[in-house]
Each structure stands twice: as C-alpha cells, then as structure tokens.
Design a protein around this ligand. Sequence first.
Ligand SMILES: NC(=O)c1ccc[n+]([C@@H]2O[C@H](COP(=O)([O-])OP(=O)(O)OC[C@H]3O[C@@H](n4cnc5c(N)ncnc54)[C@H](OP(=O)(O)O)[C@@H]3O)[C@@H](O)[C@H]2O)c1
Length: 324
Amino acid sequence: MTKAVRVHKVGGPEVLTYEDIEVGAPGAGEVRIRQHAIGLNFIDVYFRTGLYKAPGLPFIAGNEAAGEVLAVGAGVTNFHPGDRVAYYYNLGGYASERVIPAEKLVKLPDHITYEQGAVLMLKGLTVWYLLHKTFKVEPGHRVLIHAAAGGIGLLACQWARALGAHVIGTVGSKAKADLALANGCDHVILYNEENFVERVKQISRGALCDVVYDGVGKTTFPGSLACLRPRGLFVSFGNASGPVPPFPLAELNNHGSLFATRPKLNDYVGTRKELLEGADTLFAAVINGKLHVPINHAYALKDAARAHIDLESRATTGAAILRP
Ligand SMILES: NC(=O)c1ccc[n+]([C@@H]2O[C@H](COP(=O)([O-])OP(=O)(O)OC[C@H]3O[C@@H](n4cnc5c(N)ncnc54)[C@H](OP(=O)(O)O)[C@@H]3O)[C@@H](O)[C@H]2O)c1
C-alpha cells in the first residue's frame, strides 16, 4: 500500500483526496519508482477543475516528479534499482510510488537534485522548447513573457536573457517585479496596474516584440497581439486566467501579418530522441550555472489542496514541490 492524491469528481481544491492506493509490479518495458519530489503545475489545476479532461475518474493528479528506481520490468535494460530518475508523463504524479514506461524516464545527473529534477521535467522542458524550438531566441530579440515570476516565468526569463534577448516581463505585484528583475528581466510591467501594451510601446520605442510568450490567456489577450512587431510570433501556451476566446484570423492580419501558435510539451518531446535532447540541454544549463532553479515552496503531498489554493490565488512564485 502506498499514498496518492486522487480526484473522484472535478471541482475545487477540496476534491484532492489523500488516500491509500495499490501500485502493482512493473510490466514489460516499465519501471516502478519511489518518488522523492513532485512538481506542482498549473496544468494540475486545469485537470482538477475539468478544464482539461482526464481520461476517466478517479484519477491521480500530477504530471512530473523525480525519484529512485525500485524495480524494473521485463526488457528494461537501461534502468536499474537505485538509479535517480525524473519524468514528465501522463496523470499519476501525485503519489509516493508509481509505475511508468521506462522510455519516459531520464536519468538525473549527479549535480541535479530530486527537487530540481521534479520541477524541470515539465516546467524546464517547456521553457526549453518555447525558447529553442517554437521560436529560436537569439541575441537582440525582444521578448515579452507574461507571469514572469511564475514557475515557467522565472526559468524563461533567465534562459531568454542568457540567450542574449532583451526581456520584458509582466507580473502581478511589486514583490514579483523584484524577483523577475533578479531573474533576467530587463523591464517589468505591473500588468494589473499599468496598460502593458502602452508600456511595451514605450520600452521598445515603438519597435515592439519579436515574440510574446503568453501563459495567462484570457486577460492578456488580445493585448499580447498588439505587443508584436509585424510578422512577430504569438505563443499562447496556457490559460492561467482562462482560455483565449475564439478570434477571427483577420486579427493576425490587422496587427501586421502575425504568426500564432498554441503549443504543448507532448508535441516537442514525443520521441525519445527529442526528450533526451531537451533534458540534456536543460540539465547542462543548470549545471553550467546558466539556469538557477527557483524552488520557492514545498508542501507535504497530503497538503496538495493547500498548494492548489496558493497557486490559483497567485500566492506562489517560481516553482513549488510536493513531498510524498
Ligand atoms: N503548453 C505547454 O506546454 C505548457 C507546459 C507547462 C505550463 N504551461 C502553462 O504555463 C503557464 C504557467 O504555468 P506554471 O505552472 O508555471 O504557473 P505559474 O506561472 O507559477 O502560476 C500562474 C501565474 O499566472 C498569473 N496569473 C494571471 N492571471 C491569473 C489568474 N486569473 N489566476 C491565476 N494566476 C494568474 C499569476 O502571476 P501574476 O500574479 O504575476 O499575474 C500566477 O502566479 C500556465 O498557463 C500553464 O498552463 C503550458
């Protein structure tokens, strides 16, 4: 018997139920792991509320974690009991132990802690593909990153700056502004108090941005489009304030022949080769000191509801973990 946080019906944080579960032996191609740290993500909220549909009820929340291998199933040759591993995978993350396909695991280098591994596989890999694949950030690019002090935000600002970009971040409070400035932002806009489109115009002296990374959604749209230079790229990668409403394609034309994409991590690390490329680049960036992993909150797994309340009420900054 082991512990997990399950959702029996979608709803508020109170539907997160800490309970006993059975975890079976790993089947062919699978690995059983004991989890030491679990990443908290906004996507966990979307599944809990039903904005994103889980395959069925009940389900165990969570998509990223790190831990040690306990046992391997038939045919698994590249992982062994005791190996330190991390993953981004389907629901099932909020648990003390789980069984997972070996092909979804990566080994943690010695210098990466379980805590870091647990927040790098979803948040870090997302930042990797957003800045290297969706749009290749290069020296001199001007990028706008919404919710710059969040889990994705602080990593994205640091990495974009390290790539040589001029980074503008938006945040919800003065304390978050200070944090974003200390993590790679050249300029920070308090988007609840200031008109962020006007501020981007001022800061860029009318040149606007090459790319906007928007994980906030409803409240920052359509302003994000107005922050882009002609032929710039709108990257809508999340909905912390609610989904972007349907809009006429002509809006892209009106704002200067813009491009728009709605990417997700699965489509960028779908193959083993892509997963390892992303993880290797990410771990190297952390080990080389290019990327600091800000883990600013830790909760016991049984307090997952508290963690969700904090995340949804915008009380967290950087990454947060749950400890089984
Ligand atoms: N597409 C992908 O592949 C992918 C992968 C991972 C994550 N994501 C997305 O990335 C975004 C960030 O995820 P995260 O886990 O790192 O979360 P987070 O940024 O740590 O938390 C969300 C932040 O959004 C801001 N926000 C603005 N309006 C909000 C509202 N009405 N309610 C709550 N928060 C609001 C808040 O910052 P302020 O107080 O500064 O406004 C809040 O701290 C999410 O939209 C998530 O879905 C997408």
